[in-house]
Design a binder for this molecule. Structure first.
Ligand code: DC
Length: 223
């Protein structure tokens, strides 16, 4: 079947399951998986490698504009910084802590948006993040907002940590998610919000496969 290559955008809060869902849908339809959070993490990694403080806006602006090219390889499974695979390093706790500060800087966001559009230019793409439905791809063919209750998102993250043997309390995780939501939604530039034309999927009561099927169905209807 000859199908049209679409731009699909998915936003939602931390822990909503959107990364897993987006990655799996991308695999199934053979689209590029564009994880915009990984791009903010990559900038954070580069700043750390160069010894630049996350608060040094001037140096960070220069860094992202002149020395930071981000690409995805292997259909989005790998993140490349200036051609080098940095995927593994992006999940380090140090990056996790600093990325929030760096993602607030308007010049960093502007450059990331530019690079996200460059990456999406020549292929079918399914992008996920906090502002891909509103700022990066306002004209996307299909938009989704994936969410779940705070309790459910905390429960998922708690189970994940338990499986990995990371010591933590449920209350601590719930609290961290509340803070992340607050930071993402109240940010001055490109805060997380529901695009008016986004299809809202509340995953609180859904299994991951049900969410994937729902999205695949919508994509099929659109082609
Ligand atoms: O989705 P994630 O946890 O990998 O995102 C990492 C950080 O980047 C998080 O603090 C939110 C921020 N982010 C953003 O500001 N805009 C995006 N489009 C994606 C992520």
């Amino acid at each position: 079947m000859n199908t049209r290559k679409l731009t699909i955008a998915i936003d939602g809060p931390a822990g909503s399951g959107k990364s897993t869902v987006t990655r799996k849908v991308a695999e199934q339809i053979n689209y590029l998986y564009l994880n915009s959070g990984s791009m903010y993490r990559t900038v954070t990694l580069l700043a750390s490698q160069r010894g630049i403080s996350p608060n040094n806006r001037t140096q960070l602006t220069d860094l992202v504009q002149k020395q930071c090219r981000i690409d995805f390889a292997d259909n989005g499974k790998k993140t490349l910084l200036n051609g080098i695979d940095v995927s593994e390093e992006l999940r380090h706790p140090e990056i996790e802590q600093q990325v929030v500060v760096i993602a607030k800087i308007p010049e960093v966001r502007q450059e990331m948006v530019k690079q996200q559009r460059r990456i999406a230019k020549n292929s079918g793409v399914i992008a996920e993040g906090r502002d891909v439905t509103t700022v990066v791809f306002p004209d996307a063919d299909l938009k989704f907002y994936i969410t779940a209750s705070i309790e459910e998102r905390a429960r998922r993250r708690f189970n994940e940590f338990q499986t990995k043997g990371v010591a933590c309390s449920f209350e601590q995780i719930e609290n961290e998610i509340r803070i992340r939501d607050q930071q993402d939604k109240s940010r001055q530039h490109s805060p997380l919000k529901k695009a008016e034309d986004a299809i809202i999927i509340d995953t609180t009561q859904l299994e991951i496969n049900q969410v994937i099927d729902l999205i695949l169905k919508k994509i099929k209807e659109h082609q």
